[in-house]
Design a protein around this ligand. Structure first.
Ligand SMILES: Nc1ncnc2c1ncn2[C@@H]1O[C@H](COP(=O)(O)OP(=O)(O)OP(=O)(O)O)[C@@H](O)[C@H]1O
Length: 331
């Protein structure tokens, strides 16, 4: 459970990038060599939040919103232009050498493992880099091998692994030194359903059993639904939402969709309080708010005209809610 003791505190973080503007044509390119034109991209604007020990937070937002930039600031790779960041008492980019001993970082699209050597050799190199005591290393290897089913794959070179196998090894590599905080940037990107479930259930267990705090960026809303009790949403560099998934559901998710299969001849039947999404020869689809209109009322109204054969009701899915939230903030 979350204990917001401010393990992580960001206050007014800002970061801009200067990007050279490219101009079309050889002549223009030659000119640009002498007088380079730049535009400034404000990747992060006044970002503040605080995260407690033991939380699992989903950091979401559309492409280019600033998620990776925030993770890079929090992991000490990037120095922000403004603001302060304190994580477990460290300023990540200032105390980096000491700080990295307490964090694990996985960038789904980049590898920290050596391509041509067996995974175990990479693990041993990391043991030396982090100066992990032998007993701790052995205990962690055995725990991670079991939990992530690595037994047979750690003997293989990374280039021979499937994406799912590699991701499990990447996650293991980030945890060999027993960090209390884990940053996961798109950990399930490109994985098949089975591998996604394996990664998710591992993260859940790690948080529950070892109390590791997890910050997760993802475009996959089912990752969020499975793992994160809290969502931070960023758009165009600004923080737009900080709250629980439940709150978000309360705001957008009370609506349901009902699909009714029917027999009989009838034109479209209007139901006061419900929006008709589809009317065809044997099927009708409506969206409705269960607090305003009951399913029984819908069925009873339809039954007056046709014979209702089957009914299916589904709650609005989380992707839909996120799109609504993006729309609300015009991002
Ligand atoms: N090194 C850099 N140089 C110039 N611009 C950068 C750099 N890194 C990020 N940006 C810009 O900063 C903005 C935020 O990028 P960032 O990678 O943080 O977004 P993101 O939310 O992680 O996106 P995605 O979901 O696509 O990974 C973008 O406009 C991006 O082009």
């Amino acid at each position: 459970m979350s204990r917001n003791n401010g393990m992580i505190r960001l206050e007014g973080i800002g970061k801009s990038f200067k990007v050279a503007t490219r101009t079309a044509g050889l002549k223009e390119a030659a000119k640009a060599l002498f007088a380079r034109k730049h535009t400034v991209v404000e990747a992060l604007k006044d970002i503040s939040f605080s995260i407690g020990e033991g939380e699992v937070v989903g950091y979401i937002g559309p492409n280019g919103a600033g998620k990776s930039t925030t993770i890079k600031v929090m992991s000490g790779i990037l120095v922000p232009d403004d603001g302060s960041c304190s994580i477990m008492g460290y300023t990540p980019w200032k105390d980096r050498a000491e700080y990295v001993k307490h964090i694990g970082v996985v960038f789904g699209q980049r590898s920290q493992l050596w391509w041509d050597v067996p995974v175990l050799d990479s693990f041993e190199l990391l043991r030396d880099i982090y100066k992990i005591p032998e007993a701790q290393y052995k205990a962690n290897i055995s725990m991670l091998t079991e939990m992530l089913a690595l037994e047979t794959i750690v003997q293989m070179p990374v280039r021979q692994l499937s994406l799912g196998q590699r991701m499990r090894c990447e996650i293991a590599a980030s945890l060999l030194h027993s960090p209390k905080l884990l940053f996961l940037d798109e950990p399930t990107i490109g994985l098949d359903a089975v591998s996604k479930l394996a990664v998710r259930s591992f993260i859940k267990k790690l948080n529950k059993e070892q109390g590791v705090t997890v910050i997760l960026t993802t475009h996959d809303m089912s990752d969020i639904e499975a793992l994160a009790s809290r969502i931070l949403m960023i758009g165009k560099g600004s923080l737009l939402y900080d709250g629980s998934l439940e709150e978000l559901k309360g705001r957008f998710g009370s609506g349901k969709t009902v699909t009714v299969d029917y027999r009989g001849e009838s034109g479209p039947i209007e139901i006061p309080g419900a929006a008709m999404l589809e009317w065809s020869a044997e099927r009708a689809v409506y969206s409705f708010d269960p607090e305003q209109l009951t399913l029984a009322e819908i069925v009873s109204r339809l039954s007056a005209f046709v014979e209702v054969v089957d009914i299916e009701v589904v709650a609005k899915d989380i992707d839909e809610m996120i799109v609504r939230l993006y729309e609300e903030h015009k991002i």
